[in-house]
Structures are given as structure tokens and as C-alpha cells.
Design a protein around this ligand. Structure first.
Ligand SMILES: [Zn+2]
Ligand SMILES: [Zn+2]
Ligand SMILES: [Zn+2]
Length: 126
């Protein structure tokens, strides 16, 4: 934790062993204001979500090298998946069977239920 010279809530100069806030009341007020921490889906570390929306990753600029690496991998993976989808290939791990699109509804992403299961398992592990 950084040492703050003044109370983060009311601005009263801090003294002695006080950190961040001058009183328990101010500390609680700050906790109420700050959006709850979320846990990064990739690196598992808590982060402070900025802005609104469904953020499930550390903000890239704030992420440490480890998480930035994971986010880069994730992007590569998504790009590869998109490319595969355009070519009509199965997205199952290690499978590149062509997909036959029946022309109705959403085209399927996998050539077989087995590939689907394997892909979801791989996703859950990452
Ligand atoms: Zn205060
Ligand atoms: Zn992260
Ligand atoms: Zn497949």
C-alpha cells in the first residue's frame, strides 16, 4: 500500500500510524465508493475494474508482464479461431476437419461433439 499524506476521503492530514484514511468511518466510505475488485480471468490476480461493462481481464496497461503475455496469447488464439471460422474449419484443438454448413442458423464451430467437448475443456483449463 502507498503511504498517503492525507485522508483519501476527507483530506485531513494523517498522523501516526494512520494510512490512507483518518478514521474507520472514512475507510468504510472509500470502500463503498470503490467498485469491487474482480479477479482476472487469465492471471487470477485481483484488479480494479475501470469504467463499465463486463471486464474480465486486468486492464492491459496495468497488467504485469505475465498477464500481458497471457493476453497476447489470448489475442493470437482468437485471431486463429476467427481465421479458422472463416475457412469453415473445425475449431477443436488439433483438428482441422472442414465443416459442412447446412445453410440454416448459425454455422457450427466443430465437426463433431467430441471436438466441441475437447475445445470447451481446453478453454476451461486456460
Ligand atoms: Zn477522513
Ligand atoms: Zn491479469
Ligand atoms: Zn473437429
Amino acid at each position: 500500500m502507498d503511504f498517503e499524506p492525507d485522508c483519501l476521503h476527507c483530506g485531513t492530514p494523517l498522523e501516526g500510524r494512520q494510512r490512507r484514511t483518518c478514521s474507520a468511518r472514512c475507510r468504510k466510505a472509500i470502500q463503498r465508493q470503490a467498485p469491487a475488485l474482480r479477479v482476472c480471468r487469465l492471471c487470477g490476480q485481483p484488479f480494479q475494474p475501470t469504467g463499465r461493462g463486463r471486464v474480465t481481464l486486468c486492464p492491459y496497461d496495468d497488467a504485469d508482464d505475465f498477464c500481458q503475455g497471457l493476453q497476447d496469447d489470448q489475442e493470437d488464439l482468437q485471431a486463429a479461431r476467427l481465421a479458422a471460422r472463416e475457412e469453415g474449419q473445425c475449431e477443436g484443438p488439433g483438428c482441422s476437419s472442414p465443416l459442412t454448413y447446412g445453410g440454416r442458423g448459425r454455422p457450427s464451430r466443430f465437426c463433431s461433439p467430441a471436438c466441441k467437448t475437447r475445445a470447451y475443456r481446453a478453454e476451461a483449463r486456460s
